[in-house]
Design a protein around this ligand. Structure first.
Ligand code: GLA
Length: 756
């Protein structure tokens, strides 16, 4: 951070003058206010705060009235002293000047645009002004810094602290705010964003994603026009079902993989969010991201602090590829649970059996897992509930006891049998939810989110438990804790969440005379409390974040999870697109991909596609043909030799399935000694030109020599790639290599190894 030294002492004067000012106001009339305002502005000296990473800078500066604005976001300047002079190059001149680029726009005074914060004070007044008080920087380690900026209202004892955590090498910033007041009674916060950014370009291209069950992450790119474009969700739980909180924002022209200025952003929050993109009268862009204020006015008691979720963003002047590598590096190192560790390959029984299984059938599948060579067997939905057995999705949710008919010997027996068979054992749970047909519902209707006077509405025949209630938090924690206590060898949890919140009403908030408008926020806070408690006791056990497919994928939840389930759609062709789009924001190590029978593409194609992430299977191994089994076994063995590169390496997207006849992407390890290149046919029309051109590789060392070998061949087939050749990295990146993808070779995996 850069603050010119000669201005430091004046910064202190500023902060004391704000305090003096606020106490004076309580006793004096408006005339005094006017005169203090004059002296205040005379005292205020300009502050420039640069929040810098290796390549970028976000620069804040106070104006004459001591309001803090954003004056720059982009490439870091070589000489940080030059940040102070940036504003002279802009002529934004109207009566609203000075608030449009505000670093945290308050509502109710003279702001005309979308606010970041909007409150009703204890006395009913709705005005807010936030002036700069002070700032500080603390160093967490050589790579991580925290910049704090304190803002205060000169009239009310109301303050906001903005936090910018920077990861220098990864070029990532996480921004959030803390809101606090010392008014006589509670303040109601109508809006309380995490971040408020400002961009001084003229054209902006927003890529955002939408979908539904099995159609997650469909991208749309649009040029932003004047006015507001909003990305949001009001679903409460399974919040990202229609729209995730992730986006790419290109400046001046649409960024490509390797060119153009682009920001990737996402909100670390597993509930309702709202991200507004407001193009103002100067064609500048305001981005305001945070919890969705929809039905969520939040009551803040005096001297309590409200902390908003983090808004995470990275900026690159060199296209989306570099920006997503920034996020991947950051997520693996700093956010994802065990992001630099290993993952378990697995066999899941969901698509293989659905609800139709018993103890013997499950035990018989363990052999299949061992035979394949995977590390673990994952038992999915359908193992629990007795009075209302979980034999379909219409009953049993909430009753987390083993179903005695299906599993008479209990989970403990399954864990033992799995261990005997030589695989680990994991289990599916959906602890936040309840079927009305369940003992839990009968016993604890007060724990269920529902409108007492209206008909219940169901999503997948179920309702959501009230996680704002500490008793419910204990219950949810207990579901997991009991499983682990009874079965200490349990190796993996798949945590599902299949319903949205309908009829959002909490009996707990009602009984405790707390406003219902806190429900959406307190639900997520309650969920995080449970997850924090679980992680305190079980810090390392791998957990998959799942929500009827990809209905809850965000970096708020991913601090507690090792991986996520992108979609229930496991059709291999569809998956290429789905995985491709997630890959902009999430590293491969977090992305679970299973080989299933959803589509009838050849097993090799399905397996190759699932390998661009964490590999799993959801098939009946016994039903594989001899050759398919041989292939699958070899594939698992191969995967184990290179998964390290996929999980921890750098991703380069080479050919887009949206633009080309096949998708091509590669992972390169840090030392550039090994790379894996995945190539998947994505256009199955006859006589296409997929195999004509070579693919130019990326991320290698131009000076090194490499061998290129096709791996993961189907038994009895030969590679079209000539063996015994070596190439320079220079050649592979400038000329490329032709993987020979065509209708007979629908997927090709190449291993690129440094040769000495
Ligand atoms: C959700 C998940 C699936 C499966 C089912 C079980 O749909 O996304 O993978 O676990 O629930 O009911």
């Amino acid at each position: 951070m850069f603050i010119s030294p000669e201005k430091k002492c004046l910064a202190n004067i500023n902060s004391s003058s704000v305090l003096l000012f606020s106490s004076l106001f309580r006793y004096k009339n408006m005339l005094l206010l006017a005169s203090v305002l004059v002296s205040f502005s005379l005292l205020a000296q300009q502050q420039t705060i640069a929040v810098e990473t290796k390549d970028n800078a976000l620069v804040l500066q106070t104006d004459k009235e001591n309001r803090l604005g954003i004056i720059y976001f982009g490439k870091r300047l070589l000489n940080s002293g030059e940040y102070t002079g940036i504003t002279q190059q802009y002529r934004r001149d109207n009566d609203n000047k000075g608030i449009d680029n505000n670093v945290y726009t308050p509502a109710g005074t003279w702001n005309l645009l979308e606010p970041a914060i909007q409150v009703t004070h204890a006395d009913g007044n709705k005005s807010l002004e936030l002036l700069y008080v002070s700032s500080s920087v603390t160093k967490t380690d050589d790579n991580t810094k925290l910049t704090r900026v304190s803002l205060k209202d000169p009239v009310y004892p109301f303050e906001v602290t903005l936090f910018f955590r920077t990861w220098y090498n990864e070029n990532v910033i996480e921004q959030w705010s803390e809101i606090k007041h010392a008014e006589k009674k509670a303040v109601v916060m109508e809006k309380y964003a995490s971040a408020n950014l400002y961009f001084t370009n003229t054209k902006y291209y927003l890529t955002h994603f939408h979908g539904g069950w099995a159609t997650e992450m469909r991208p749309e790119e649009t040029e932003l026009t004047a006015g507001i474009k909003t990305l949001d969700t009001k679903l409460g739980a399974r919040a990202d079902l229609f729209q995730p909180p992730t986006f790419a924002l290109s400046f001046n022209k649409p960024a490509t993989e390797d060119e153009g200025a682009v920001m990737l952003g996402t909100l670390a929050w597993s509930g309702n969010y709202k991200i507004d993109f407001e193009k103002d009268v100067y064609d500048h862009l305001r981005v305001i991201a945070g919890i969705n204020p929809y039905a969520s006015a939040y009551t803040l008691q005096p001297n309590q602090t409200f902390t908003t979720p983090g808004f995470i963003y990275t900026y690159s002047g060199n296209g989306k590829g570099e920006a997503s590598r920034n996020l991947h590096n950051w997520a693996r190192k700093y956010r994802l649970l065990d992001g630099e560790g290993k993952r378990l390959t697995l066999l899941n029984n969901w698509e293989a059996t659905y609800f139709d299984f018993d103890e013997n059938k499950i035990v018989s599948l363990f052999k299949g897992a061992k035979n394949l060579g995977v590390d673990m067997f994952l038992l999915d939905d359908g193992w629990f509930a007795n009075k209302y057995p979980r034999n379909d999705d219409g009953a049993g949710l909430g009753d987390w006891q083993e179903n005695k008919k299906k599993l008479p010997s209990g989970i403990g027996y399954l864990v033992k049998e799995a261990t005997k068979a030589g695989v680990k054992f994991g289990i599916w749970v959906e602890p936040e939810m309840v079927n009305p047909k369940s003992e839990l519902y009968e016993r604890h209707i007060d724990w269920v989110l529902r409108e007492p006077q209206r008909p219940e509405h169901y999503y997948r025949n179920q309702l959501v438990l009230d996680l704002s209630n500490p008793e419910v938090q204990n219950f949810v924690y207990g579901v997991l804790d009991t499983l682990f206590t009874k079965n200490p060898e349990l190796a993996f949890i798949k945590w599902d969440c299949n319903a949205v919140i309908f009829n959002a009403h909490s009996k707990y908030l009602e009984n405790n005379k707390m406003p219902q408008s806190q429900l959406y926020v307190d639900y997520v806070k309650g969920l995080y409390k449970v997850l924090q408690r679980l992680r305190a006791k079980y810090p390392t056990v791998p957990m998959m974040l799942c929500s009827g497919g990809g209905g809850r994928v965000d970096y708020g939840a991913l601090q507690y999870f090792t991986e996520f389930w992108p979609s229930d759609n496991t059709d291999a062709l569809e998956r290429i697109f789905i995985q491709w789009n997630y890959s902009y924001f999430y590293p491969a190590i977090a992305t679970c991909n299973h080989v299933t029978d959803w589509s009838k593409y050849p097993l090799k194609y399905r397996t190759d596609v699932a390998m661009m992430g964490k590999l799993g299977f959801d098939i009946v191994v016994d039903q594989l043909s001899e050759k398919d089994l041989q292939f699958a076994q070899q594939a698992v063995a191969n995967y184990k030799t290179f998964s390290d590169v996929v999980w921890h390496g750098n991703l380069y997207r080479l050919m887009s399935p949206y633009e080309d006849d096949f998708a091509s992407l590669m992972y390169v390890n840090d030392t550039k000694s090994k790379a894996i290149v995945f190539n998947y046919l994505s256009n199955f029309r006859y006589a296409l030109n997929a195999s004509v051109q070579p693919v130019k590789l990326k991320g290698l060392n131009a000076k090194k020599r490499y061998s290129v070998t096709e791996i993961n061949l189907y038994p009895g087939t030969k590679s079209a790639i000539k063996a015994d050749q070596t190439f320079s990295g220079d050649y592979l990146m400038a000329v490329g290599v032709n993987p020979g993808v065509d209708l007979r070779h629908t997927s090709v995996i190449l291993e690129v190894d440094e040769v000495n």
